[in-house]
Design a protein around this ligand. Structure first.
Ligand SMILES: Cc1ncc(COP(=O)(O)O)c(CN[C@@H]2CONC2=O)c1O
Length: 482
């Protein structure tokens, strides 16, 4: 008998889960891309410009040479025996590769590792965290993961028992969180970021949401903070961070600190402070506050999304709970070794005096400077468009402008059975080939409409994107003017 798998007999948690970053707009874009291949000239544009996903290297960003030299040598150790290697790779890449291989049992990147990741790499990451924060980090607190995503799923799996367990999540949020909470059968407890204050968060608002959830019988387990923010691009003020840490301690919440954009800071008046540093600066010890800090090789100036590297640093959990976390990690055996090596490299890049330092720093500074220029150019362009207001992208990789849509446009969207910002994004795609993600995919204050656009297309393409956007937007607003 044929298997009777149908949508109506699948896990309802899967059906409830959504992930807009690769949702309907992107799927439609891929169809149009196929049409451009099979029917050139059939659309009013000649290429699709993917501004929907923080995937720098898919849009031309080059990987950092030092990181790739080390990865290549680790994956093919035979090269290290060849004399000519010295004319192809830097001395510090060669020595770093040797050092890493020596820390891998069997010197084999093709072997399973410890379920938390290779100890020598975790030592290097702990040293990098210690140097970044000025407070000690411990290799045993680090779990290397295939990007930050699996680490988020692991903590949701650990904390959520049923729909009465809630997780405080910022709105707008990166939809990994809403998707993971749905998949694990929990309840998302929203706290709204304040667009008028540059996406800051007011602890009083968070407390109100917490108390409201508790009054409904929800056991709120944790608070998620994304800093720098996705999709909102703000960098939290240090004072705000202290408030958040104190709030979580006072309310008995696990603090889940998503810090994957910690190297993406574009403004001089903000600095990245890890929540580990904030918590320790408050004098909180392990017993005071359970904290999970996430890092990834997908962002920063490295943008190595496809290598699937990252870690979660867990502190403030009891030994029996840590054993459960380890057990969960061990079910998947280990994360991929390339990602593990890369995670250790981004936390321990070349230092002044190393042979690769000058070229490494030039590559890093060049990428960050270009991202800064692109963010500013797009932000200024959006703010010049009728009905659009766009907060400054202080960090991360996105702009999240609000669009004041005319009533007629909203009526047309409703008639098409689409959220107004999804209607706008679809029309933008069909007119220009530009792919953005509707704000409804991230959550927003009811009655407001946004879209998220990355700052990632190569710099030479930004003027064309801006002019295409302008032409489309002016025509759209004219078509639906009240
Ligand atoms: C805030 C945040 N956390 C975690 C992740 C997961 O990254 P990795 O699993 O690759 O480490 C992303 C990815 N950013 C998505 C992917 O690209 N655009 C986005 O909004 C993210 O933006």
């Amino acid at each position: 008998m044929a298997a009777t798998v149908a949508v109506d007999n699948l896990n309802p948690k899967v059906l409830k889960c959504e992930y807009a970053v690769r949702g309907e707009i992107v799927i439609h874009a891929q169809r149009l891309q196929q049409q451009l291949l099979t029917q050139p000239g059939s659309l009013p544009f000649d290429e699709i410009l993917y501004c929907n996903i923080g995937n720098p290297q898919s849009l031309g960003q080059q990987p950092v040479t030092f990181f790739r030299e080390v990865l290549a040598l680790c994956d093919h150790p035979y090269l290290l025996q060849r004399e000519e290697i010295k004319s192809l790779f830097s001395a510090d890449s060669i020595s770093r590769a040797k050092q890493i291989l020596a820390s891998i049992p069997g010197k084999a990147t093709g072997a399973y590792s410890h379920s938390q990741g290779i100890k020598g790499l975790r030592d290097a990451i702990a040293a990098g965290i210690t140097s970044r924060d000025g407070f000690p980090a411990n290799a045993d607190d680090i779990f290397l993961t295939d990007g930050a995503s699996p680490g988020v799923h692991l903590m949701m799996q650990l904390l959520i028992r049923n729909e009465n367990d809630g997780i405080l999540v910022p709105i707008p949020q990166y939809p990994l969180y809403s998707a993971s909470i749905a998949l694990h059968g929990g309840t998302l407890v929203p706290y709204y970021l304040n667009e008028s204050t540059g996406w800051g968060l007011e602890i009083s608002d968070v407390k109100k949401q917490l108390e409201d959830a508790r009054s409904k019988g929800i056991d709120v387990r944790a608070l998620v903070v994304i800093n720098p923010g996705n999709p909102t691009g703000q960098v939290l003020a240090e004072e705000n961070q202290y408030d958040i840490a104190k709030f979580c301690k006072n309310e008995g919440l696990v603090l889940l600190a998503d810090e994957v954009y910690q190297e993406n800071i574009y403004v001089d008046n903000k600095k990245f402070h890890s929540f580990k540093k904030i918590v320790r600066s408050l004098g909180y010890s392990e017993e005071d506050l359970p904290l999970v800090s996430y890092q990834s090789v997908s962002k920063g100036y490295y943008g190595e999304c496809g290598k699937r590297g990252g870690y979660m640093e867990i502190t403030g959990f009891s030994a029996p709970v840590r054993e459960q976390i380890y057990k969960l990690a061990s079910v998947n055996l280990c994360s991929n070794i390339t990602g593990q090596i890369l995670a250790s490299l981004i936390m321990n890049p070349p230092k002044a005096g190393d042979e690769s330092y000058a070229s490494y720093k030039a590559e890093k500074d060049g990428i960050i400077a270009s991202l800064t220029r692109r963010a500013k150019a797009l932000e200024d362009a959006f703010n010049k468009l009728e009905g659009i207001t766009c907060n400054e992208a202080e960090g991360a990789m996105y702009l999240f402008p609000q669009i004041g849509l005319p009533k007629k446009a909203i009526e047309a969207a409703n008639a098409a059975n689409k959220a107004p910002d999804a209607f706008y994004a679809l029309r933008l795609l069909e007119s220009t080939g530009i792919v953005v993600v509707p704000g409804s995919g991230f959550g927003q204050v009811p009655g407001t409409w946004h879209f998220r656009c990355t700052i990632l297309p190569q710099e030479e393409k930004i003027p064309a994107i801006i002019s295409r956007f302008k032409v489309f937007h002016e025509a759209f607003m004219a078509e639906y003017r009240d």
